[in-house]
Design a protein. Structure first.
Length: 158
């Protein structure tokens, strides 16, 4: 290959590399690269103080501060933190997937469609977060308990 042609190919290659280098960063272009960064980001987005988040999660303010400073790398209560902040746990823990949780499917096959959720102590999202097999076990257990109560004639206002 002639030196003129080589210079042209090298120049063209350089231009292509410069143009496409937009996609080749040696570091992330966001400010939420670590668990601590993501935690701080969403906590401030939700307008919570470290103390408020800690109280809601059952942690100390120091633990939240250590997570945000990246001096603690493993969050034992990452599921609880994600639940309190209403974010996708995979995004909070690993930075994968969307930050906002995906809507859980609502399957209503009953005559009580539109009725209020009958278990105020249990957040429906917790049930939908279980696997289909776990939900089936709960459904079977609940159906058995309801049948037993109906058979025993238990007072419905217990």
């Amino acid at each position: 290959m002639s030196s003129g042609r080589l210079l042209y190919v090298n120049s063209l290659t350089y231009v292509i590399v410069v143009i496409t280098n937009v996609f080749d960063f040696s570091r992330s272009i966001t400010n939420v690269n670590t668990f601590g960064d993501r935690l701080r980001h969403v906590r401030t987005l939700r307008r919570l103080t470290q103390a408020e988040l800690a109280r809601a999660c059952g942690l100390s303010q120091g633990a939240i501060g250590n997570y945000e400073a990246n001096s603690r790398h493993s969050a034992k209560k990452v599921f609880r933190i994600a639940e309190v902040l209403n974010v996708n746990v995979a995004w909070l823990a690993m930075g994968t997937g969307p930050m906002e949780p995906q809507e859980t499917p609502q399957i209503l096959e009953d005559r009580h469609i539109g009725a209020a959720w009958p278990f105020p102590e249990i957040d429906p999202a917790r049930l939908w977060a279980l696997s289909a097999q776990q939900r089936q076990v709960l459904a079977n257990a609940l159906a058995g308990m309801v049948a037993a109560m109906e058979d025993d004639g238990m007072d419905s206002h217990v």
